[in-house]
Write a new protein. Sequence first.
Length: 487
Amino acid sequence: MADPKGFLNHGREVARTRPVGERVKDWNEVYVPGSLLPIIGKQAGRCMDCGIPFCHNGCPLGNLIPEWNDYAYREDWAAAYERLHATNNFPEFTGRLCPAPCESACVLGINQQPVTIKNVEVSIIDKAWDGGHVVPRIPERLSGKTVAVIGSGPAGLAAAQQLTRAGHTVAVYERADRIGGLLRYGIPEFKMEKRHINRRIEQMRAEGTRFRTGVEIGRDLNARDLKKRYDAIVIAAGSTTARDLPVPGRELKGIYQAMEYLPLANKVQEGDYVTPPVSAEGKHVVVIGGGDTGADCVGTAHRQGAASVTQLEIMPRPNDERHPTGQPWPTFPILYKVTSAHEEGGERLYSVSTTHFEGDEDGNVQWLHLAEVAFVDGKLTQKPGTERRIPAQLVTLAMGFTGTDRENGLVEQFGLDLDERGNIARDADFQTNVPGVFVAGDAGRGQSLIVWAIAEGRSAARGVDRYLTGASDLPAPIRPTDRALAV
């Protein structure tokens, strides 16, 4: 235990953000550099001797949270880093991007604000990087076995690192021009600067992992040919088929999927463009979808100088506090969340549905028509007389994803079975119906959180290792059928 009275003597404090007027003028992370370390000891000290740490249940990685909280409180950063990395390959990613289901399950959260687990996590790993403690872990011997990993998001990278450290020769195939998947091109720079990815990639290269960019399996390289080259394959291609909005006017120019819009802004930060081919500058922007991807579009539009930003959500506005029976502790509740992007301005509309788009004579979108909706007999129904229109010169669709890519031929060329939700089916070892072909992350689970992706990558790596060698000492924190705790 850290401080026996910490949770009694200290309230919750989180990382400070930079002033809105300052941060919307650049693409750096929104937090004040160095603002966590002065307070993180007290915050780690709020971790209580709860007997059964439900934070372990909230986190699919099984992070040893009370242990590294204790070490952080005592400023034993080396020990804290060792415990942190024991279960999580990339805590600098989760510490910045994960919505922290561990905090929702924190026992202190029953009647107080929970421990700032996410802030403690990122403080530990940033301290380790700054101190030079994060070094390559090169395998002592090679197995002679080869593995191809398709996709370089968090699931693919976690599987690749685990398998490389187990002694296998691993090559990661990425269809984009840089490694990182959605971490690279789906997450804006203001949420996570890409230097964090770059230094991890260099660590993995030093360990022996090989990377092949600009190669799309199914199009550039037939999946059957890939299978002949490697002893095992891990598909970690994500759930990238975006949900569309089939309403009149969808064909108008200026309407984009979020993952058509966001990568272009990131490519500017990578130096590929001076200005993005699609920009919100001077335009009335509408973001359809109230989740994190929608918030990323909102923050990006602010930085590009949008005239206005409106975010639409078809569901009702969530509660400010956890519902005691509908979403009881320690489940992960759906709450009204104000992200850094929302702090920067714009309007949020709930319980509204887009009816159609209206354009100008040149085919450019100019207006979005919407109506209020409500649940009637369990179905969302449009309210008569609530129709109106709002200006919309740039529209981004951030309504989630429906499954892995089926158009590139990967699924058909491998001959993979799909489950009832359209995800790639797998057995208890994360192996598909094709021997030697495994699946990890959103491609098999469906759209999920980064912490689940890393857990899937680690678990699938164990299945691959056991397939190749007959046994495995690699950890497997979850089963393919595991899901977040819900009512």
